[in-house]
Design a protein around this ligand. Sequence first.
Ligand code: WT7
Length: 630
Amino acid sequence: MSDRLHTLSGYLYEYQKSIAQPEEFWARIADSFHWRKRWDKVLKWNFEGPDVKWFVNAKLNITENIFERHLYTIGDRPAIVWEPNEPGEATRTLTYRELFREVCRFANALKSKGIQKGDRVIIYMPMVPEAAIAMLACARIGAIHSVVFAGFSSSSLADRIIDCEAKAVLTSDGNFRGNKKIGIKSVVDEALEKSSVETVIVYRRTGQETEMKSGRDFWWHQVLEGQSDVCPAEEMDSEDMLFILYTSGSTGKPKGVVHTTGGYMVYTKYSFDNVFQYSAGDVYWCTADIGWITGHSYIVYGPLLAGATTLMFEGVPTYPGPGRFWEVIEKHKVNIFYTAPTAIRALQAFGTDPIQGCDLSSLKVLGSVGEPINEEAWHWYHTHIGKGKCPIVDTWWQTETGGIMVSPLAGITPTKPAYATLPLPGIQLCIVDAEGNELTGNSVEGNLCIKFPWPSMIRTTYGDHERCKQTYFSTYQNMYFTGDGVKRDHDGYYRILGRVDDVINVSGHRMGTAEVENAINEHPKVIESAVVGYPHEVKGQGIYAFVICDMTNRTEDNLINEIKDMVSKIIGPIAKPDKIQIVPGLPKTRSGKIMRRILRKVAEGQLDSMGDTSTLLDPDVVEKIVEGRK
Ligand code: WT7
């Protein structure tokens, strides 16, 4: 493959070329795809708008690049291997040819329900092949999918359905997760009370009793009946929307990050190939859920564009026991394994017993994503899972970047624990200080920005371009601001230090502190609240909430549990605070701004380094908070 890097010097050479002549560089990479019509210009951009267009006026369909491009060569190769929640249940394998057939049939089913190019379709499903089939069927006919993680509550789902004005929802009766059977369709019904969705298609997974609203709800297997397995691909412009994915920010409700077709296709495949150094026949397993960007780019699109075999796992790491991941690796002879630090730390806590007796010798490459990986977890992963012989790719990126930005290339870039190392070709990083001055040279620390466009970058936030501009392109002029702090060490290697804004990262899931506060404030006894992150052994960060309450007729314990349930109900269990402290007041400045810096210190337990509190309206409140600390 011409676009594959093989050596460190090759990487350095290509990197230089990608910076000196970006358009030539990306045109060469893009040439290996199938375009119905070639681009007039590779790139047009400005970051003031922002207005970024890649492969201007090119026409294509991303699914033609997965299927038609591969069928003659690798049609019989497994595309998706599915491992169910229950180890005793049969696995399923879909070859490229079989997957293509299912995608076409389901695409025709969507069309028969009136779904057309440009319509938004919500996918709220468990980790079954049909979830990937649904995404690809949308892409086949030019509908825009928006996958919502099936752990989100009905009100979070409703917000997303309403924001993108979805025409249809694809879902399942229920979901198996560990020893639980969770109703999914009932959550959808609740979410749909306030919306105008015309069609709901329900995949039968658990077989549980499910209400169906006539004229609106249809069973998946029934809409498929009689559908042809031929479905011509819709011709898409390179800049037509491929999907919307909602993510949390530091203010307000989650925003719909928009990704478009051509650039996303080129970058996800290129980065997949190079970071993981995938070779034909390898079994690749990414443990993310398709509800997150990792699932989009590195379970579905990247691997399938590269002709890889991608494993999809329905269950959880600890069911039926803490050895499940290792058993799955042995069972499917997984060669490349990509997971999150939080999962590594959770499994590390069980010691090495669950690994004993599992043959992990198929493994060649290990990956990490979602949050900074601490050195201890890195070494455990390297020693006990990789047996000291598998390179670890610590991949830094974001929902907004669409693909991996900073990462070692497996087996090529020398690694260093806890370092994401070096940017991929085409990625022009920049470290700035608080005033926006670029910090050049090595051994510097500051805020991470990107100063030149890359093909899979965010184009807008759905329905609100101004919000995109404000959030990402206004903090520093002419730069995309990531929200992360970073250090470039004496070797020029990058180490991500975590968020510098009011976003916390809980088990690799992004939460806005304001979003959690809004949910807490829904409780009738809550007067005011402030949420911060604090270091958590397994989750990376935990959620600590300081809450002022009206305590009449309530005990502290009752109230705390009620507030936790409230947050679970409004956002979802992943947002449930780990600690809630009822406080008499919050540290505020004279202008009424909450000083989170102080609350963070309290949550972290750094009580002797509170810093200057003299500007507070009521400095005594800090003492009271410290006394009542959990
Ligand atoms: C935030 C993005 C894209 C992957 C899934 C999360 C943090 C992500 C790393 C890493 C240190 C990381 C950052 C980033 N993050 N990967 N390898 N090392 N931090 O996507 O929900 O959009 O969150 O996750 O803070 O900004 P996301």
